[in-house]
Design a protein around this ligand. Sequence first.
Ligand code: C2E
Ligand code: MG
Ligand code: MG
Length: 782
Amino acid sequence: MVDEPASSPATRAASRHTPVRVFDSIGRWVAVIACLLAAVCALAGLPAATTAATAVLGAVGTVVARVKVRATVRPHRSATALADEILAASSVQEMEAVVRTEIASWPKFALSWCALAPVVALDDSWGLPDQGAEELQGVLLSVELTELRPQFFALAAGEAVAFVCGAESEFVLVVASSRWISDDAVAAFGEIAAIAGVAARQLDLDAEVTARRAAARFEELVHFSSDAIFIVDAAGIIRYAAPSVTAVLGRLSVDVDGIPLTELVVPEHAPDVASFLANVQLLEARNSTSIALRFTRADGSLIDGELTGANLLDNRDVRGIVVTVRDVSSRVELEDQLRHQAFHDGLTGLANRALFRDRLERSMRVRRDPTDRAPAVVYIDLDDFKSINDSFGHLYGDQALRCVAERIVGCLRGADTPARLGGDEFAILLEELPDDVVLLELVQRVLDTVAAPMTLGTDTVVTISASAGVATCSDDVSSADDLLRRADIAMYRAKVRGKKQVAHYESAMHQVVHDRLELAAELDAAIRAHELEVHYQPIVDLTSTHIVGIEAFVRWPNTSRGPLRPPDFLDVAENTGLAVPLGAEVIRRALTDIASWRDVGIDGFVLSVNVSARQFLHDDFETMVCEELAAHDIDPSRLILEITENVLTVGGGVAEERLRSLTALGIGVALDDFGTGQSSLQTLQSLPVGQLKIDRSFVAPLRDGEGSVLAQGIVDLALLLGASAVAEGIEHPDELAALRALGCGLGQGNLFGAPSPASDMFPMLVAAKLGPVSDQATPTPS
Ligand code: C2E
Ligand code: MG
Ligand code: MG
């Protein structure tokens, strides 16, 4: 096996060759394995002066041959050249130096100085250890080397060099020594080479297995991914489609293979896909970008998808743009819902105030050309809507609001924006209407439609009217809020005129609203400062003219504006809620007065107090009345509350219930201004009303012998209801005479005494104890 020592290493190297078997490339994925194994050894018992070199070329399970040198070390210079150089060395140290230099020039190679048995010292300075090489080293060391050991033990340090080097799947084991290597040693090296080969192969296989596992895992991931995964080429053509495409887009991979990605989205989004792919190609590797698009599924249904792309065109394994499509329909739907909620009224689905303002602002902005028709805002407020809630509960109230919203929408064109601003307030933004006539016709149509009877629940039929204020955008309108405010002001004016009215904004309205707000503030302060006064007017038995009662009227001795009468401020009080504290103040003062008169023996008459609708329907009203009566120790039967028919219309069931409850306590109820309202006779018949007060508008004509039929009708009705008829505003003896002739029992008016302060009323009451009130009394203005 070992030839005679040659005269020179070079000639020996040239003459002894053993074919090298390079082991196969077995894996695409395997990392480059290269090892350098060096062992410095000496071959005991060999002629000391002989320089010999043995190259053992190994591969997986290959033979080892004793040769001078043979290698296929790529891409570096040939192993033969290397071997020659090694063999040319005159000492092992020199050989070592050659190997060191060689290793240093192998930047890509994984190198390891391998310690073979105890004779080999691993010297870090040699190696550029790499993981693969280390593993190989480990394998070599773990091999059962018992058989080989004697050979290695026979080697002495510093007399031979051994190394494994390799590139990709090839490697060689080179052992060089300055001494002759025995046949046994060569055989041992052969085995080492074989083991090294197996180890390398093992690593190779491990790498292959790992790679295959990774590939399988990758395939699984791709298969079961919830995203559709594509690889498209630079032109946007699908070159690969993962099976998950079916779940996301309802399409088979094969069906989309080769088609442009743009065909998967709705046509209007196709340009977006093209520009998206162009953008992705500008991205650096590992970066990605996304875009939201609508995709068409195979069955024609649409989904919202998030398209993400990463540029892997330069990746040799992919060579394409990796595109994923994630179905984000439910997320988009949720976002849409949240957006809708933020800008729409939850109850009616109409635009809310924020969206309405936004649309109005936009509409005002885009009207650049002054000849364009200006947008108009209609502010709508339901008349007496509170009574629906109070009478039928909030469920029916909500139903009514929804019905109103539907009716408003039904009157509009698609371009108009209806909104619910809150409570029972609606608004409409109207654009591009030809003129004011059409505008007002439309508003009237809305009001008529809203006012049609509607059924709540299964069989509760109600009628809800609405009032509207209209404001058109003009040059002096500063903002959307300004225009909306103008429409609100106009609506307020419409309300003052009555129900189901329309008012167009005029600049003078601003002043009116401003004045009313100022008045409200002053009234509030006056109530708190107890500046309001109460005047009293006697109510007499028309036959005897004896005082049977007194009616309290509020008076406001306003210092800056002059004394104010109820019609000057009651409307403001009613619309601002001040009617409640104002009314309570009047009742308290009047009860205080009659309690003080009673205490000095003046009683035997009833006190009538006017009560506004808002006050009467206020939750605490009944409690307040009872507490005041108790506080002044006045019997409820001495109190008559005067309400107008309006209270019954507005308050519905709540008003009726309250009436019954108050009369059950013994408190009397009078229907004031009877004949001017719209209460149904059927309702009246079922209510415990003690007095019908005949409005002065029915009394005055009697003076000239007119209108007796109407007055007679009311007197008769009172009789029918078991109530007393009380004529108001009697000024003239002829009126008195006519009323007496009609059978009207009670009356009041300047003829008997104008409303006057308590200080004037008291002596009148004292005198009345003595006899009837003179029907010739000179009328004094209150
Ligand atoms: P009303 O209750 O029908 O009162 C009759 C009105 O006629 C009173 O006007 C009274 O001063 C006036 N009057 C009395 N006799 C004559 C007369 O011979 N000739 C004429 N032309 N008028 C006469 P006033 O005080 O301005 O009150 C107006 C309305 O204001 C009252 O109508 C009542 O509805 C309401 N009101 C008055 N005081 C109060 C109050 O304290 N609370 C509430 N809620 N309303 C009140
Ligand atoms: Mg009255
Ligand atoms: Mg009246």
